[in-house]
Design a protein around this ligand. Structure first.
Ligand SMILES: O=c1ccn([C@@H]2O[C@H](COP(=O)(O)OP(=O)(O)O[C@H]3O[C@H](CO)[C@@H](O)[C@H](O)[C@H]3O)[C@@H](O)[C@H]2O)c(=O)[nH]1
Length: 487
């Protein structure tokens, strides 16, 4: 395909973690469908995941490609082959992974010099990318991967510092945001709890780079959180474009199946199982791409969903199986047999967008990663919110207190490694929330609101819709302000 003379060339540089890579790939595909030449930067072991997904786009004539750079695993003290945050298995590996990300600065610079794109879209985890790009006169857009609501809460807590004077479980009102939102200090990420780790350092750098970057891309749509989109732009004063939900670029069933191309279960098997169930009758349970519960928590979830008596699909991560060998027997033989017909257990990776899209799915028990929330919203599915770490407690508040399309499971502690004895939620908590979400008047009301949002999300990405127009406005601005800077 001949390139247009003023065709924009944009480089997309995702953080090497599923929760960031997946929306960045979708975003690059979206830009390519809007006439941009899109190049996704990635490392050798992450490349196959991406190439499978973009294959169909290439066949359809969109200009999208991959540019591979080496990942400095060994240099950063990681084992060879550890190129995705999902493969880190200890806090030390986790920290080394962030060190390795820092070492990508030089290869990025070299690549930018060779390609001279009109613009670089780089993940928030690469704060140094703004400076690297600006040396070559290339504007850098930041991709955060989360909601406006979460940005606004984060900004408020930095600005007003309400956490300095309170104890862990005392509740406080988040100051200066459009709604009355109550939280506790224990629900805050490490950054606000005085923990000086690699993530805290990175967050401080990210805050600085946000001020000097060209602007921010947000995987959200205006109608979902209008007050917070306005607050972010007008009160906090950042330049931002809402271009989501980007997962809606997986338009047909093949797209959705491809998107789950690493799934450990055949998509058709899942669909066949779901076909036999009534509309809105199945609860989907998944806690994102990485998190692993201890066996004691898995057992309480198992007892809770069994007692609630609803159909369910439950995704268990591989590490949960490996780390909890002692309890496997109970889960495999006793539980799995007893719930035959009632539940489908997926061990490993699930084709999530394919599952959420099925009419039998009536609820989603989620850890509140932003992609999962958006995928639930775009399919009109209300949620049981069970936030675990990072900004997930903020996302929970948006779902339960602002949008009112979810039931909180009631967890209080933001932590990457759950202390098995202290923070275990019990069978009764799980049973109660499943019943509250799946049956009764309140459940119908939440489902109605979620279905309405599904329609609005669909319109937002279609021609004339809010996200479609925001993306076009951005591309127009880049064409005017950011000509290709050939050397
Ligand atoms: O078995 C699985 C598990 C996950 N997914 C997909 O993986 C993505 C997971 O993303 P998300 O729900 O956002 O969870 P995390 O991977 O935990 O996301 C990280 O990144 C998000 C975006 O910045 C943050 O909101 C989260 O707090 C952070 O943990 C989604 O697209 C899911 O559809 C699957 O397809 N199959």
């Amino acid at each position: 395909m001949e390139s247009e003379p003023n065709q924009l060339h944009i480089l997309f540089f995702p953080h090497l973690a599923h929760g960031h890579m997946i929306p960045t790939i979708d975003m690059a595909r979206l830009f390519a469908r809007h006439g941009v030449k899109a190049t996704i930067i990635c490392t050798p072991l992450n490349a196959p995941l991406i190439s499978k997904v973009i294959e169909r786009d290439i066949q359809h004539g969109t200009e999208i490609s991959i540019q591979i750079i080496k990942f400095p695993s060994v240099e950063a003290g990681l084992p060879e082959g550890c190129e995705n945050l999902g493969s880190t298995t200890s806090p030390e590996m986790f920290n080394n992974f962030y060190k390795a990300l820092g070492l990508l600065q030089q290869p990025l610079e070299q690549l930018l010099e060779e390609c001279r794109p009109n613009c670089l879209v780089a993940d928030v985890m690469f704060p140094w990318a703004t400076e690297v790009a600006s040396k070559l006169g290339i504007p850098r857009l930041i991709f955060h991967g989360t909601s406006y609501f979460a940005f606004c809460v984060f900004h408020s807590l930095r600005c007003y510092e309400p956490l300095n004077t309170i104890s862990d479980f005392e509740s406080f009102l988040v100051p200066g945001i459009p709604d009355q939102i109550k939280m506790t200090k224990s629900q805050q990420p490490n950054y606000f709890r005085g923990v000086e780790d690699e993530q805290t350092k990175l967050t401080n750098l990210a805050v600085q780079s946000e001020k000097t970057s060209y602007g921010v891309l947000v995987n959200s749509f205006y109608e979902l959180e209008p007050a917070y989109s306005e607050h972010y732009r007008k009160v906090i004063g950042r330049k931002a474009w809402s271009i989501g939900p980007v997962s809606l670029c997986n338009r047909d069933i093949e797209d959705k199946a491809l998107r789950g191309n690493t799934a450990s279960i055949d998509g058709d098997k899942c669909l066949r199982w779901l076909e036999l169930k009534k509309p809105n009758s199945v609860l989907y349970i998944c806690f994102g791409s990485k998190f692993c519960f201890p066996a004691s928590q898995l057992l309480e979830i198992a007892k809770g969903v069994e007692a609630a008596g609803k159909h369910f699909i439950w995704v268990m991560k591989d590490e949960e199986n490996v780390n909890n060998q002692d309890k496997q027997e109970w889960l495999l033989e006793g539980f799995e047999k007893r719930v035959e017909g009632q539940g489908l257990i997926i061990r490993g990776w699930a084709p999530q967008v394919l599952i959420l899209d099925h009419k039998a799915i009536g609820g989603f028990m989620t850890h509140c990663g932003w992609n999962s929330i958006l995928e639930s919203v775009t399919n009109g599915v209300p949620m049981i919110t069970w936030p675990l770490y990072a900004e997930q407690f903020y996302n929970e508040k948006l779902v339960t207190d602002v949008l009112k399309i979810g039931v909180s499971i009631g967890t209080q502690e933001c932590s990457r490694s759950i202390d098995a004895k202290k923070f275990i939620l019990k069978k009764d908590d799980i049973e109660r929330s499943v019943n509250q979400l799946m049956v009764g008047e309140e459940a119908e009301e939440m489902r109605g609101k979620a279905k309405a949002l599904k329609e609005i999300a669909g319109r937002a990405v279609k021609e004339g819709g809010s996200s479609y127009s925001d993306l076009n406005a951005l591309l127009e601005e880049l064409r005017l302000n950011c000509p290709k800077n050939e050397q």
